[in-house]
Design a protein around this ligand. Structure first.
Ligand SMILES: CC(C)(COP(=O)(O)OP(=O)(O)OC[C@H]1O[C@@H](n2cnc3c(N)ncnc32)[C@H](O)[C@@H]1OP(=O)(O)O)[C@@H](O)C(=O)NCCC(=O)NCCS
Length: 184
């Protein structure tokens, strides 16, 4: 499995993976993904098995603020508004591994490879993300990477069955010198 920047040609697979991994109430449009590619050309990564995309990590660089307003985390927000190539905080907007590849690579291994690639390529000192309380595997992976809940947005996610789930904003400090091993 190889980590490479995502390109426009991968967008149809990105959408396929998104649909296989997330409830349709949180699907984002191809145009938003395209805007993300244009804003941060080498910062959005895929993990590939040969030519096939197995999973992805979508990111922005933000200028660090101790606490952001909840609007920052809105689904489908324009990355142009907040991404700054000099930003030191890595915002992870999406992460997923296609279920059909999970027998070949665990999500936690994919995350380690993707985030390590990002950390080596960019001078970042922290990372932040929003995760649904319902996404237990993702939360376990983030916790293993030191992410801690810093804020909770009540009922942020409504799933297509009408249930509501809190959104957890989690942050970790990034230490370039102690990457990997423990997480894979
Ligand atoms: C998140 C995702 C990549 C994880 O991949 P995975 O192969 O299912 O997960 P892993 O096997 O790597 O498991 C990671 C950890 O979560 C734990 N875990 C898995 N399912 C769990 C559950 N339902 N409850 C609690 N822990 C769980 C595993 O035991 C493992 O912990 P361990 O290292 O202590 O064994 C995958 O489930 C996915 O793509 N989900 C949909 C998209 C998503 O939720 N993205 C997050 C966006 S913020």
């Amino acid at each position: 499995m190889q980590v490479k920047p995502l390109k426009t040609i991968h967008l149809s697979r990105v959408i396929e993976i998104e649909h296989a991994c997330f409830d349709k109430a949180v699907w984002e449009s191809a145009s938003i993904y395209e805007e993300r590619l244009n804003s941060f050309p080498n910062g959005n990564l895929g993990i590939f098995s040969g030519d096939d995309l197995a999973g992805f990590l979508w990111c922005e660089l933000w200028n660090y603020e101790e606490q952001y307003g909840p609007d920052r985390f809105k689904l489908s927000h324009s990355p142009k508004a907040y991404h700054d190539p000099q930003g030191k905080e890595l915002y992870i907007s999406s992460f997923a591994v296609d279920p059909k590849f999970r027998k070949h690579i665990r999500g936690k291994t994919a995350f380690a490879k993707l985030i390590e690639h990002t950390i080596v390529a960019h001078d970042i000192t922290s990372s932040i993300l929003l995760v649904s309380e319902q996404w237990k595997a993702a939360r376990a992976i983030y916790t293993q990477w030191g992410f801690e809940e810093i804020q909770r947005i009540q009922d942020f996610f409504t799933t297509s069955d009408g249930n509501q789930w809190d959104g957890l904003i989690m942050r970790t400090l990034i230490h370039q010198q102690n990457l990997s091993q423990n997480h894979i």
